[in-house]
Write a protein that binds this ligand. Structure first.
Ligand code: MN
Length: 205
């Protein structure tokens, strides 16, 4: 089974005015699709073709740069679409709220810290909230289409529960060079319920 584009649970224009329809359509139908096509091409005929993407990423050091870039691109964008919503939960509850409060003091503080990661990433990459393999919540950022699952990371390895795409293709049409405005708008469509569900799964493992 080749990798496939996951269905979006909302329309391209559903996240407006925060993320515009044209950006959504191009990002999903062109950029994400291209990562999938190139990943399938890179894995064609190899024994890894049938592995779950998480398993490939956790051992990414044994694969080619094409698998790293496009496998990361597929996983990262699948996560990104799933945590955005036109009707988002504005704050986490339960275990995730407790873990954030213990580590950062408040939701505002972790948002500030994640914003700093997103703005501090030079060039293309991602900002992350992740569960380290010891169960602790952490923030970080990675270049290109890398992510915390990859065994090529030297710091902040773990399971990502929130990912923020700071590639220019994610915001340039609407925000041009104003990454800070885009990051600010992102918080309006981030569904903390989706992050909470990912957190619950991550700490179970
Ligand atoms: Mn992207």
């Amino acid at each position: 089974m080749a990798f496939q584009l996951p269905a979006l649970s909302y329309a391209f224009n559903a996240l407006e005015p925060h993320i515009d329809a044209q950006t959504m359509e191009t990002h999903y139908s062109k950029h994400h699709q291209a990562y999938i096509d190139n990943l399938n091409k890179a894995l064609a005929g190899s024994s890894a073709e049938t592995l779950p993407i998480q398993e490939i990423l956790q051992a990414i050091s044994i694969y080619s740069p094409a698998v790293r870039n496009n496998g990361g691109g597929h996983y990262n964008h699948s996560l990104f679409w799933s945590i955005l919503s036109p009707a988002p939960a504005k704050e986490p509850t339960g275990q995730l709220k407790t873990a954030i409060d213990e580590r950062w003091g408040s939701l505002d503080e972790v948002k500030k810290a994640l914003t700093a990661e997103a703005l501090g990433r030079f060039g293309s990459g991602w900002a992350w909230l992740l569960v380290k393999f010891n169960g602790q919540l952490e923030i970080g950022s990675t270049p290109n289409q890398d992510n915390p699952l990859m065994d090529t990371n030297t710091i902040n390895r773990g399971i990502p529960v929130l990912g923020l795409d700071v590639w220019e293709h994610a915001y340039y049409l609407k925000y041009q060079n104003r990454r800070a405005e885009y990051v600010n708008a992102f918080w309006n469509v981030l569904d903390w319920k989706a992050v909470e569900n990912r957190y619950a799964n991550a700490v179970k493992k």
